[in-house]
Design a protein around this ligand. Structure first.
Ligand SMILES: Nc1nc2c(c(=O)[nH]1)N[C@@H](CN(C=O)c1ccc(C(=O)N[C@@H](CCC(=O)O)C(=O)O)cc1)CN2
Length: 285
């Protein structure tokens, strides 16, 4: 396949942020400034960087953000109290709990404590169910970013075979449901899948969401496959081996500059949508 298309996530993210700036200006005329609260538990440097990127991007486009940094030894109950306060704070429209939390914390319980209307990161069980059944919840941001890239570049996924590698609650599982809702034929593969390379060989679209650097090799791909790399490994290395996958693909997202920047723009988009909905709810009550 000659001349594969490099899918430029920075360009996609910019187009999302440009749309948002207009909406944010409109909201400001009503005295509303969309606000995202981020919670980081512990001092994992990569997570700290991602949270900082989220809050910096909020400020750049005229939103507010409140960064809550909690010590490593925070208990589940203490974290639940912080989330409850944010649920009740009318100035906060969206809540993000950075994943992963330290292992002594019950992450599922913490995610599920976020009220659905502020779950702009799509991490609650309720949000997952509502996304799956297309009931209007905010989807997880990386899956939403993958769909945004697909739409921006007009990639045809209906009836195509998408192989998702990974089944995590905030990536592999939700993106599989979202692709299914777009009429793709979806195979979810994972660490226990037998003959993974043979499974991947059948894919028109490969979503790499496995969390291992350069895991997907070009030789596994069908000629002309689309590769959507959702990996964010240390050193900004994706889950796909870019050079070999590029050569075999028809289109591919790089790392950095692919799905990552779009993920952040989707978080801000959901927060603006939440600010609009919550303000409408205040007016009608
Ligand atoms: N609660 C959540 N936790 C985590 C999520 C999430 O969506 N919700 N996703 C990942 C990490 N992540 C955001 O949190 C994330 C990772 C990487 C990027 C990104 O833009 N990376 C850049 C490169 C980094 C850089 O420029 O320094 C890129 O790919 O170009 C954004 C978000 C885990 N946790």
């Amino acid at each position: 396949m000659n001349n594969p298309l490099m899918l430029d996530g920075r360009k996609v993210a910019q187009s999302v942020k440009d749309d948002l700036k207009e909406k944010i200006n409109d909201l400001k005329e009503w005295g509303i400034i969309p606000k995202l609260a981020t919670i980081l538990v512990g001092d994992d440097p990569a997570s700290a960087t991602y949270v900082k990127m989220k809050s910096n991007t909020c400020h750049k486009i005229g939103m507010e953000s409140e960064r809550i940094l909690l010590p490593e030894e925070t208990t589940t109950d203490e974290l639940l109290d912080v989330i409850q306060e944010l649920n009740e704070d009318e100035t906060v429209h969206g809540i993000l709990l950075q994943h992963p939390v330290p292992s002594h914390i019950n992450e599922r319980q913490a995610f599920d404590a976020i009220t659905l209307e502020k779950d702009v990161d799509g991490v609650t069980s309720h949000g997952f169910g509502a996304t799956t059944f297309q009931l209007g919840a905010y989807p997880c941001c990386t899956p939403a970013a993958i769909l945004q890239v697909i739409d921006y570049y007009n990639l045809n996924i209906e009836g195509k075979h998408a192989v998702v590698i990974g089944r995590s609650p905030i990536l592999g599982k939700p993106v599989s449901m979202m692709l299914l809702n777009r009429n793709a034929t979806v195979t979810i593969s994972h660490s226990k899948t037998e003959d993974l390379s043979d499974v991947v060989k059948q894919a028109d679209i490969v979503v790499a969401a496995v969390g291992q650097p350069k895991f997907v090799k070009g030789e596994w791909l069908k000629e002309g496959a689309i590769v959507l790399d959702a990996g964010y490994n240390p050193g900004n290395i994706g889950d796909a081996d870019y050079e070999t996958c590029y050569a075999k693909s028809s289109a591919i997202t790089p790392v950095p500059g692919g799905i990552g920047p779009v993920t952040i723009s989707m978080l801000l988009k959901h927060t603006v949508q939440a600010a609009i909905k919550q303000s409408e709810a205040l007016v009608t009550h």
